[in-house]
Ligand binder design. Sequence first.
Ligand SMILES: [Zn+2]
Length: 80
Amino acid sequence: MDIDFNKKASSEALSDSKKPMDLILVRAIMSCTTCGKEKKFRNQFLRKDLELMVVALKVFDWMVCNKCGELFRLDLEFRV
Ligand SMILES: [Zn+2]
């Protein structure tokens, strides 16, 4: 089942996108399970732009600890 994303987004942009409640706060916490090093990132996305969040999170896929080379664990917190 395909959804025409562009058409949906443009029709919703006029009515919904200005509401602050459409904003989702995302906090990504990277932590090294070996040495305990932590990095935190924060970003916010419009609900209709959640695809952008997925793209942004891809960056974290390959992140490794610069202290011990271990792959970071990724925890996400959402606040709507
Ligand atoms: Zn480490």
